[in-house]
Design a binder for this molecule. Structure first.
Ligand SMILES: [Zn+2]
Length: 124
């Protein structure tokens, strides 16, 4: 193992411990110094942003599927909330409140309860 100080492509200078074959170390250092290279903090931030983007895409997919299912079953906003709210509560109770399917359901319930409060629940 060796400690390297690298001026990464992101603009930060970082200290990194690398071990293993020299060719792999050099490949990693070259990437870090390159235009797309990132220090560990920027790499972690980029990874979190990528995961958030994927998560958002997954939630949107589930939301579309769920809306389609509700429509196919002829469920109005009132019925949809009555079906979805207990499922959301159960998921939260069991520590699954952050799951993409539950987050999609929560968005629909939030929208529908807003519509119900506005008096247009049956027209959705
Ligand atoms: Zn950085």
């Amino acid at each position: 193992m060796a400690q390297y100080t690298v001026a990464a492509g992101c603009g930060h200078t970082t200290s990194i411990a690398l071990f293993g074959a020299m060719t792999e170390r050099e490949r990693r250092l070259a990437w870090m110094r390159g235009p797309d290279g990132k220090c560990n903090s920027c790499y972690a931030a980029a990874k979190r942003a990528e995961e958030a983007q994927q998560s958002e895409s997954l939630i949107a997919t589930y939301e579309t599927q769920l809306r389609r299912t509700l429509t196919e079953r002829g469920m109005g906003a009132d019925d949809a909330v009555l079906v979805l709210a207990p499922q959301i509560a159960d998921a939260e109770l069991h520590g699954r409140g952050g799951d993409a399917r539950i987050r999609a359901a929560r968005r629909i319930v939030a929208e529908y309860t807003g519509a119900i409060a506005a008096g247009s629940g049956e027209s959705i």
